[in-house]
Design a protein around this ligand. Structure first.
Ligand SMILES: NC(=O)c1ccc[n+]([C@@H]2O[C@H](COP(=O)([O-])OP(=O)(O)OC[C@H]3O[C@@H](n4cnc5c(N)ncnc54)[C@H](OP(=O)(O)O)[C@@H]3O)[C@@H](O)[C@H]2O)c1
Length: 264
């Protein structure tokens, strides 16, 4: 297992898991290209990264905008000369019944959670091929299980998983790896930042331990070093994922109980 370092581009680096990922890579002396929309928070994370021993380059970008995506990848290459790890972390949740999903909001969710990561991979692929680099996709347990009130979010993460699976196979010859990260609940501002329809969020799945962003970041950095394809970050995430595949009847029963709780 060799430590992957060099230039690491992190989208959504201004808070939560992205900030923790940037700091984890900074501690091994990497150059972090920090991206997000909130410039004040990005500047604060840049100071933390420098304090942790890394180099920080801030490129503010809304990854749903093509001109910003191009500016991010071109700027990262212009200022650091290479791209070793592309972390597609920026994302948003959506809590609401599938029957009530607003199609405009669903399109906006896919623009951020699906189209942006795909497009950034396309734009960064030549540089990633030159470096034998790694693509990290922040998926979720919702990338393999669609819980009640999580249909829209799960649809976006299922789509991200499908693209990641295809990319992983297609890029073997190019020497570029794809690592999918599937956390369960993580203590960030994710729930507050999510769209919540019908005046409430989702129902916490039974037995789910809430992780810190730092735990998820440490597991992600290790997974990249170890060239793993997928990392499910808690026992809950592994159990939910295995149940969905191997005992779908049990998963349907659990989901029905969760849906009843969401109604009460
Ligand atoms: N927290 C959880 O329970 C959990 C569980 C599983 C998976 N995840 C996944 O982990 C990832 C990070 O989530 P988090 O928990 O760290 O949530 P968070 O604290 O809300 O962070 C989301 C990040 O995405 C950025 N972002 C949002 N819209 C953007 C846009 N249009 N362009 C660029 N950046 C944008 C935000 O930065 P700006 O506001 O500065 O743009 C922020 O830094 C997401 O993909 C999420 O789906 C989270």
């Amino acid at each position: 297992m060799s430590a992957v370092s060099g230039t690491v581009v992190v989208t959504g680096a201004s808070s939560g898991i992205g900030r923790a990922l940037a700091r984890a890579w900074a501690r091994r002396g990497s150059t972090l290209v920090l991206s997000g929309r909130d410039q004040v928070s990005l500047a604060r994370v840049a100071r933390e990264v420098e304090g942790d021993g890394g180099k920080a380059v801030v490129i503010a970008a809304d990854v749903t905008r093509e001109e910003d995506r191009k500016r991010l990848i071109e700027g990262a290459l212009a200022r650091t000369g290479r791209l070793d790890v592309l972390v597609n972390n920026a994302g948003r949740g959506y809590y609401g019944s599938a029957a009530g999903i607003d199609l405009g909001e669903l399109e906006a969710l896919f623009a951020l959670n699906v189209f942006a990561p795909l497009r950034l991979v396309q734009l960064g692929l030549d540089a990633l091929t030159r470096s034998g680099g790694t693509i990290v996709m922040l998926s979720s347990v919702a990338g393999v299980v669609a819980a009640p009130r999580m249909g829209a979010y799960a649809a976006s993460k299922f789509a991200l998983e499908a693209l990641s699976m295809a990319l992983r196979a297609e890029l073997v010859g190019a020497g570029v790896r794809v690592v999918v990260v599937r956390p369960g609940p993580v203590a960030t501002r994710f729930r507050e930042n999510s769209i919540s329809r019908e005046g409430r969020a989702g129902v916490r799945p039974p037995g789910a331990r809430v992780q810190t962003a730092e735990e998820v970041a440490a597991q992600t950095v290790r997974a990249v070093d170890a060239r793993r394809a997928v990392v499910e970050t808690t026992a809950f995430a592994r159990a939910a994922s295995a149940t969905a595949r191997m005992a779908p009847g049990a998963m349907r029963w659990i989901s029905a109980v969760m849906a009843a709780r969401a109604r009460s």
